[in-house]
Each structure stands twice: as structure tokens, then as C-alpha cells.
Write a protein that binds this ligand. Sequence first.
Ligand SMILES: Cc1cc2nc3c(=O)[nH]c(=O)nc-3n(C[C@H](O)[C@H](O)[C@H](O)COP(=O)(O)O)c2cc1C
Length: 355
Amino acid sequence: MPSNKLNNTSQRKKEHIELCLTDQVAFKTKSSGFENYDFKHFAITELKISEIELTSSFFGKNVSHPFLISCMTGGTSEAENLNAMLAIAANELNIPIGVGSQRQLLENDNFLDSYKTIRKNAKNIPVIGNIGAAQVANGLSIDKLKYLIDIIEADAFAIHLNPLQEMVQKGGEPDFSGLLKAIEKLVVSQPGIPFIAKEVGAGISKKAAQMLLEAGIKGIDVSGAGGTSWSGVEILRNQKKGISPEEDNLFWDWGLPTSYCIKKVKKLKNKYDFVLVGSGGINNGIDAAKALALGADFVASARLILQQLEKFGIEGVIRLIHNWSDVVRKVMFLTGCRKLKELKKNKLIKLGEMY
Ligand SMILES: Cc1cc2nc3c(=O)[nH]c(=O)nc-3n(C[C@H](O)[C@H](O)[C@H](O)COP(=O)(O)O)c2cc1C
């Protein structure tokens, strides 16, 4: 792709990938909070570990593990290869995968293949489309939305809520006026497509989730604090250009920890039927198991998977997810859970209560 075709959106996506391949963009002092919990060991388990089930259903499609590969990239030449590899891994694992923001496609078709490659390489699994809240609030039309869905034959569509990132990003669009109504309009226009609302690392509170569910959203991916800091990403980008105001650093660690969000949003399950995804700083199988035990139906991860792909390729991503699945199965064995839904039933202790 000639460099004159590298517009701002595409250049930004490229820089995001480069920064997320490092650990500089992690939260500094705030954690996802999983370390505050431990499992209730159950000594009289009568389970056979090989019979423990981890299969699940994602909006009606059967998948093999309660994991999904978070929405990451698209819209730059680097993304095509990355997305192809992530899609091959997800297809092999039979788990859902999200594409990165499809905003670039609203500008031109230069990097169309970086999105199309996902469905090309992942014929059988749920694929999730993606657009930012800023574009939705800005009046994304139903025709354009339909185009974004059709181009990747999306099974579900995610709207990412990223006010912190837009606020810190130089040239960002911190204007979300009319967002909820705009979301509602888009959701109603596509009755066959479940919409997911996701954060990108600052978390979704119970109140925010309830407003989204009332607007017709069918999936909440809390994407809480403790993993990748997207204000951190934008601060580092700004610093490289010599334009970072000192006070932005105060927002590096902004956000609601992932464990807190899952615990709170789960309470809405009494009233609403929705898929709850726990993401933001899921770093190993124990974090994943704790997210599931706190109430998540699925667990998702972004930066760690990107780094795993870069270091160990497709096989590395497949190995990582199998490894997480094995750890979750072991946790279920030790807590006496044959099915994932049993893991959600009072299997955690808050550390303070134990001593
Ligand atoms: C390189 C990269 C690009 C991302 N781009 C998007 C995006 O386009 N749309 C989106 O909804 N989230 C995007 N995210 C955010 C992730 O989906 C996720 O919500 C966030 O990084 C927190 O998860 P983590 O701590 O596992 O990285 C991106 C993450 C990474 C690492």
C-alpha cells in the first residue's frame, strides 16, 4: 500500500499495534482485581476431570471454549496478516473472534482485505463486527452499518464505548451527544443481529449496562481496568509527537476494575437476557476462571493474544487458549463443577473473608 494512502485512521491503527506489542501500555498501579478472590476448594468432589464440559453457545452458535478473541485490528496493511492468523486460530479453536474497528471502511476501501480476511479464514465461527461510539453518535447510517455487517458476514456487532480514549487522543472525538438514541436506532434496524456494547479498558458499570440493555443491546463486554490502558496508549502516541499535556497522566489508570464490573453487571441477569463477557487484563487461566466464576459467560483477551501471536504464531495462540481451558477445567474439578453454569454459583471467597 503506497504511503500516501496511509490516512490518519490507518496510521493510528498501525501505531496502536506497535505499542500494544509492548508492555508499556499496561495499567501502572490499578489491577483487574482478580487477586482479591480465591476459589472454594471442594474436597469431596466426585467428578471425572475428562467429563467436565467447557462447550458453550454464543448467540445460538455452539463453540468449544468460553473464550473469545477481542476486537483488535483492521484498516492497515499490518492488520491483514494479523487478522488472517487470528482467524485461523479462532476457527481451529472453534471460538468467536471480533474484528477491529471498521471505521476505516467508512472512509475508503484501501484496506478492505484486512477485514475480509477474517471471514475468509474463519468460515464456521461467530465473527463480531465493530465500530466506535463516536461514529455511532456522529450519525452512522443504517446503510453504512449494513455494509459493515455484510462485508464480514458478521454474526454479531460490537459498538465500542471509549470516551476516555477519545478524550486523551490528539484529534479524538470526545462528543457522544445522542449516543444512546443512536444505538437504539441501529439496534432496531437489524433485528437479526445481536449487538454487543464493549468498553476498551475502562469498564462498564451496572448503571451503564442497564441503559444499554434497555436500548436493546444483547451483549455486554465490560472490558475493565487492569489490562491495557487505552489512555496510556494515546499518551505514549502523543508523547512521541511532543504534545502530551502533563495532566493526561492523571488518567492513565482511570477506570473500573474488570472483576468489579463483572460482579456488578451480573446482577442484571435477573432482569435481562444477555451475554456477559469479562475482559480487560485477563492474563492467565486462573484470571479467566475467576471471571467466569464471578458471572461472565465468556472471557475475552486482546493484547496478550496479540503478543502471543507475534512471539509464537498461530500455534502459540491455539496453545494459549487450550492452556487456559485446561486451567479452567482443573479449577472446575477442584471446586466440584461439571458445567460452566455451576462455576458461577458461589465458588469464590473474597480474600479478606478467609483470614
Ligand atoms: C492492538 C489493539 C487494538 C484494539 N482495537 C480495538 C478496536 O478497534 N475496537 C475495539 O472495540 N477494541 C479494540 N481494542 C481493545 C480490546 O478489544 C480490549 O477491550 C482492551 O484492549 C482490553 O483488553 P486487554 O486488557 O486484554 O488488552 C484493541 C486492543 C488492542 C490490543
